[in-house]
Design a protein. Sequence first.
Length: 350
Amino acid sequence: MKAAVLHAPGDVRIEDLEIPTPASDEVLIRVSHNGLCGTDATEYTKGPMMVPLLKVHPGSGHLGPTTLGHEFIGTVVGAGAEATDWVGKRVASGAGVHCGKCRWCLAGKTNLCAQYYTLGLSTHGGLAEFAVSPARIVREIPDAVMDIDAALAQPQAVGLHAVRQAGLAEGDRVVLLGVGAIGSFVCSALSRHGGPVIAVDVDQRRLDIARQLGATDAILISRDTSAAQLREVVGPDVDVVFETSGAPGAAERAFALPVMGGKVVLVGLNKTPQPLNLAEIVLREIDVRTTVAHVCDQDLSEALDLVGDRKLSELLVDRVIPLSDIVQGGLEPLASGQLLGKVLVDPRLG
């Protein structure tokens, strides 16, 4: 089979590999679509950060060149002895693999599993003609949902999990800082909230899409907008703030906005130190919440329903490319910020 394999930064090769054999609790999926993520682009340009090219991953046990891709769907064409009921079904795979036995798994927090690892980052994934996935993290795609929409289910599940973490109350006034890669899926999930949602971004095109996704208002800012300036523009009575960009200074902006006793949900990742006035956060009793990945049992099936009902591909998919164009048509423009929407890879294309 053909697969896109990361060997080193700037070195992704289309290689001929053996079709993987599923373990007893796994399914073999003929991949129809795999969505590219900013993490894939980061691994390609700056890695290895998560991909175990140099050191064995403690959860997956994998070491060395890795087939990328953690947002994939397709049809089950084979299965281990414990998963034969899945053969013939169209499925979306979750990204993270959990053990099911540790304290976090037993508490339903499978995204925090002690042995957690990610397909396509910690071991081989879905940027290939075939991929294996544990049966416990796949979900059947409803007949009415087209493949191109179902391919957005995994990032949509991440957005749903973020909104679930917020614990929104009816009527909460929400501000969404950043409606890019993951922010757009948080915005889509917030469409089910029913209350006011104010989208904030530095790109007018993203804000236009945010309105179509359900944002009730949209505010264009510059990268230099201060926390005080943003607070003046957004206005008072903000109950919950989602920060999805991870951009420098974004956390400071986020904490400046909510009312006393309000919430800030940190979604975006930034590993550089960020200055914060912690005393003000404490004195205003701001509830700080964080979110990572998704929980299959809670989020993935709901995500499949949501992406199908709303036909999200029409708003969020920029292009569909063959596996052979993964670098020039996918990873390079994604890494350079040229793309507004999602790139889907269809390994069946020539």
